[in-house]
Design a protein around this ligand. Structure first.
Ligand SMILES: O=C(O)c1ccccc1N[C@@H]1O[C@H](COP(=O)(O)O)[C@@H](O)[C@H]1O
Length: 215
């Protein structure tokens, strides 16, 4: 039961299956991530993109996820699929983020562990959101969490998304987590029955247990 006036963004990442996208949309998800990183299990093959993107309901905000791609490639994809956001999961520097910001909104991801130095985020304050994922072997989608207490060291104004191994059982922990710059949460492998296939019942049950409203 949602009982708060607070709104947070719920992003479901790594979508690829047309029926699963529709079902997630029907469940109330309005921000979805699509992976343009070839080494990911959730990569969308170029030949499937046109059909997938033309099927996405109009109310869905589309996030393209990239890792150290050329700016020209990202630009092309933003225009081709009308992306509302670009999420950057590599070593993209502040000037790269600025260049993408001329096209669409930018989410810059950082890999966090207990020794993460938040001072590096200072140069990324013009991004629309930062995203704090867990540091793991892969660029993203590692399915592991870090100790969220470290996020209290983040004191800048740019809002952030909480990410990294979030699963259906984490609703209570998310409800208890407080940070004035928390803008949303990003879920992925913790809700999968197979790569890029989300368990819709788990998403519905998760949303119902969050005390904030999701948007
Ligand atoms: O999901 C992927 O395969 C992926 C690949 C490369 C960059 C980012 C990726 N996904 C992002 O990873 C995080 C955490 O995912 P998880 O919950 O630990 O599975 C999330 O921000 C996804 O957007």
């Amino acid at each position: 039961m949602n009982s708060s006036d607070q709104n947070i963004i719920l992003k479901v990442c790594g979508m690829r299956d047309i029926e699963n996208i529709q079902a997630a949309s029907d469940a109330g998800v309005s921000l979805m991530g699509f992976i343009f990183y070839e080494k990911s299990k959730r990569f969308i093959q170029p030949e499937l993109r046109a059909e997938i993107f033309s099927s996405i309901p109009d109310n869905i905000k589309k996030v393209g996820v990239f890792v150290n791609e050329s700016i020209d490639f990202v630009k092309k994809i933003v225009h081709e699929y009308n992306l509302d956001f670009v999420q950057l999961h590599g070593e993209e520097d502040p000037s790269y983020c600025e260049a993408i910001k001329t096209l669409t909104k930018v989410i810059k991801a950082f890999s966090v562990d207990e020794s993460f130095d938040f001072s590096i985020t200072a140069d990324y304050q013009s991004c629309d959101y930062l995203l704090f994922d867990a540091k793991g072997k892969e660029r993203g989608g590692n399915g592991i969490q870090y100790n969220w207490d470290i996020l209290q060291q983040y004191t800048l104004d740019t809002p952030f998304l909480l990410s990294g191994g979030l699963g259906p059982e984490d609703a209570g922990k998310i409800n208890s987590f407080k940070h004035k710059k928390l803008a949303g949460i990003d879920v992925n492998s913790g809700f999968e029955s197979a790569p890029a296939m989300k368990n819709i019942e788990n998403i519905k049950s998760f949303i119902s247990k969050l005390t904030c409203n999701t948007q």
